[in-house]
Design a protein around this ligand. Sequence first.
Ligand SMILES: Nc1ncnc2c1ncn2[C@@H]1O[C@H](COP(=O)(O)OP(=O)(O)OP(=O)(O)O)[C@@H](O)[C@H]1O
Ligand SMILES: [Mg+2]
Length: 557
Amino acid sequence: MAFYQRKFIYKNLKRKITTIILCVAIFPLIFLGETIYYRFAKTYEEKIEDQIKYRTRSLSDAVEVFLRERTAILATIVDTRSFDDLKQQENLARMFKVISRRTDGLIDLGVIDSAGQHLAYSGPYNLKGLKYFQQAWFNEVMTKGKYISNVYMGYRQLPHFVIAVRGYSNGRGWILRATVDSDIFNQLVRTAQTGMSGDAYIINKNGIYQTAPRFSGKILGKSNIPLTLFGQGTTVAEKIKANGKAKHVAGTWLKNNEWLLVITQDVGDEKGGLLTTRNTEIIIIVFGCLAIIMTTFFAMRMIFNHLEEVDKGISELNDQLIQSDKMAALGKMATGIAHEINNPLAIIGEKAGWMRDLLDEEKFQESENFKEYEQSVDKIEEHVERARKITHNMLGFARRMEHRLDDVDINNVLNQTLELLQSHAQTSNIKISKDFQSELPIIASDQSQLQQVFLNLINNAIDAVEKDGLIEVKTRKKDSQIVVAIKDNGPGIDEEHLKKVFDPFFTTKETGKGTGLGLSVSYNIIKKLGGIIKAESKLSEGAVFSIKLPIKIPDKK
Ligand SMILES: Nc1ncnc2c1ncn2[C@@H]1O[C@H](COP(=O)(O)OP(=O)(O)OP(=O)(O)O)[C@@H](O)[C@H]1O
Ligand SMILES: [Mg+2]
């Protein structure tokens, strides 16, 4: 499988694994977040409802206690003092003074006889002498014994209400009544008006405000809250306001179901904490997801880069193996061909020599075609020589080259090679620069064969550059290898040719100029020395041939 095909497979695999990991990690995170939030929101909402219920219940208790306390004060007076005693104006005034010192909210105190006549009065108004016999509340106190009125304006044009308690004197009923300042009462209820939107107020069973609401409406105005909403105990309902926002409305009946205490609060106001939690959770999930995505991509990239690297190594090794196979097969064929051609070549060469000898004879020299004969024989001999060189090379290529191991200093071998080529390069104005790593280890290798390889490579580079160019020869020690790189700024090698440069007889040079054996011979030599030779190039960007040789330390002699 070609490397690029595997690259495609890896890309696919990488995409699949990344998607699976992301799905497996991110979906549960979001699901978990949502579930936790859902549970939390439910509990939170229950808590909100409980809280408003609790607040309503405590306030209703406080209001009931307020009323009960003041009623109890009046009842105690009625039970402990006689009618005759209290109907005396100064006695009543003294009593009012004592009460006012002990409790707040009472404005006045009055004694009414069984005929409804206001006999004594202590307070800011002149109510003495007024008759209450006709009034509904008078009869109610007389029959029930205790009475608390609704809030009304009265003479003072200030909202207030009345508490009255009945006593008995000589078998006849009489009444002690007091007025409650509704301001004090208002203050008590107002303590439950919390937050930006919280309201608390009391309405009577006709929907009339007994205390001032915080929003929309005033004391003694009519409330539009539907009273049927509220049953026994404390009821909580959710209502949508005119502006579309939801609010909680909680209510408890008090004063024997005559008054309704109402507490309202915007749901949004109460859910502030929930919203903060939601935002925090979203931030945590978003950051969590980002961290997972980044880690996954990073890890995948690392793993697959490593895999591709390993694969590239394997692929290169594979290429080398294929190349070796090709060489072996071609080698065998080449030996056969070389032998077959060598014999006819020898005969042609011998016959050409014989023809030259004949041409020396006088009669031939006198022939008018003598010059053409001589040139033809020259050409035959030249081409026989060239063919012999090729067969010689072919045999050399195919032969199992036995190599001897010398102590080789690679820099030295390169220097010697460059000396051989320097003048040839200079005539074409080609500069050869050296970048050698000093103190390269001496290795056990075959000096003359290495020289042949370097010669081939540098010659190729000179041929490629043609003239006015630069060839760079570099040596480095890398791990357990010595790397030699020969780089030129010639025309480079296109992708198609790059695959074939090490093939025997591959040449782009014109016939007669190159045999196409230089690189394949070099390849064989380097392989036998345990190294690797590689060509890298892009068209019009020059070429780099690099050789990696194992650092084999020579045995001590
Ligand atoms: N440095 C280089 N720049 C561009 N092409 C190169 C370079 N080296 C080799 N080649 C290409 O590789 C081919 C094969 O090279 P190789 O050395 O095997 O044979 P050759 O140089 O053509 O012939 P010979 O080595 O027998 O003179 C060359 O013909 C050339 O096309
Ligand atoms: Mg060559």
